[in-house]
Design a protein around this ligand. Structure first.
Ligand code: FAD
Length: 304
């Protein structure tokens, strides 16, 4: 059944960004609904060790504890996939089953990895198959590494990984050619280059190799995949939101988008995709949004 209630804020996405915003708004004793379809990037992070004061924590722990914390401050959490957001005098947030109303919206729906169609990938995803240098680069230190990709980004990753973490690198590119000057540089740095299409990851407990479509196997202990991300933002397509040339949403320093009252935090704006950054942005958006609610009340009082 559709609800008639108008929330102070609806938050879309229960990752670190959305949960941190929910905790702040809950503690301001605001009327908050958090909608999440479950299964974002943070769920896949099995080994987070760059979050202040946490020697080691999993993404699942952050989300589970964050949900409990948000609930303890009165935040209502609904499972559901948001399909559209519209704005008239207030926001309407449509899910596959219901429509909800609010004065403000915080979007924290994150991104998802573009992964190559490789058999057995999820056996190693997050443990030895990685997609993010800032997250897991450190964990490749001294290991036999393969870098997968389909453009020059993979080669650039190889130079960076060699500088920081390991000299033992093979770059496997879907596309057969790279500019000759890059090939030269790879040789100079002792980085191996193979053109081919990966089809399978080999190994049981531990990753042992990548198999190519020609049957050839390249031995490795870790993989850094460089195919990039897609944004979870289809549901915003009906709104007049400004984006930069890269497609990221333009926001002000408090993460308010070009549509008044709609805040966008996490990797959908130009920020880096990190737990602490998404959480920090969620906190900023919530503090600013709360100030707006206070102003709104003041205005209503003077207009009476
Ligand atoms: C393998 C792996 C390891 C990582 N390791 C680290 C690390 O060590 N350190 C670190 O800082 N970061 C790490 N990260 C990155 C970290 O997970 C991201 O920074 C974080 O996910 C960003 O938080 P977020 O709140 O923006 O998005 P997410 O955590 O992706 O949360 C978004 C939420 O929105 C939901 N959602 C999306 N679309 C909709 C919709 N239409 N309707 C309703 N809900 C929706 C999703 O289901 C999800 O629950 C890692 C990521 C991966 C994949």
């Amino acid at each position: 059944m559709a609800e008639k209630r108008i929330y102070d804020s609806i938050i879309i996405g229960a990752g670190p960004g959305g949960l941190q915003a929910a905790i702040y708004l809950g503690r301001y004793r605001r009327d908050v609904l958090l909608i999440d379809r479950t299964g974002g990037r943070t769920w896949h992070a099995k080994h987070i060790e760059n979050f202040l004061s946490q020697k080691l924590i999993t993404g699942e722990e952050i989300i589970t504890k964050g949900m409990e914390q948000a609930k303890s401050f009165g935040v209502k959490i609904e499972k559901g996939k948001v399909t559209s957001v519209t704005k008239r005098d207030h926001f309407e947030v449509q899910t596959e089953k219901d429509v909800y109303h609010s004065l403000f919206v915080i979007v924290s729906s994150g991104v998802y990895d573009i992964l190559p169609p490789v058999e057995n990938l999820y056996s190693f995803f997050g443990t030895s198959f990685f997609t993010c240098v800032d997250c897991d680069g450190y964990r490749t230190t001294g290991k036999k590494m393969v870098i997968l990709g389909n453009d020059i980004e993979a080669v650039n990753h190889a130079f960076a990984m060699r500088e920081m973490y390991t000299p033992d690198i093979t770059v496997i590119l879907d596309s057969p050619r790279i500019p000759p000057e890059y090939e030269e540089e790879l040789k100079d740095e002792n980085i191996r280059f193979v053109a081919g299409r990966p089809v399978r990851l080999v190994g049981k407990e531990n990753l042992e190799a990548v198999e190519l479509d020609n049957g050839h196997r390249i031995a490795c202990e870790v993989i850094m995949s460089t195919y990039g991300y897609h944004r979870n933002d289809d549901f915003l397509s009906g709104l007049p939101l400004k984006r930069n040339p890269g497609g990221y949403f333009i926001t002000d320093p408090h993460y308010e988008s070009s549509l008044s009252g709609l805040y966008i935090v996490g990797p959908l704006n130009t920020g880096h995709d990190q737990v602490v950054i998404a959480a920090g942005e969620g906190a900023v958006a919530a503090i600013e949004l709360n100030k707006r609610l206070i102003e709104r009340k003041k205005m209503a009082y003077f207009l009476e």
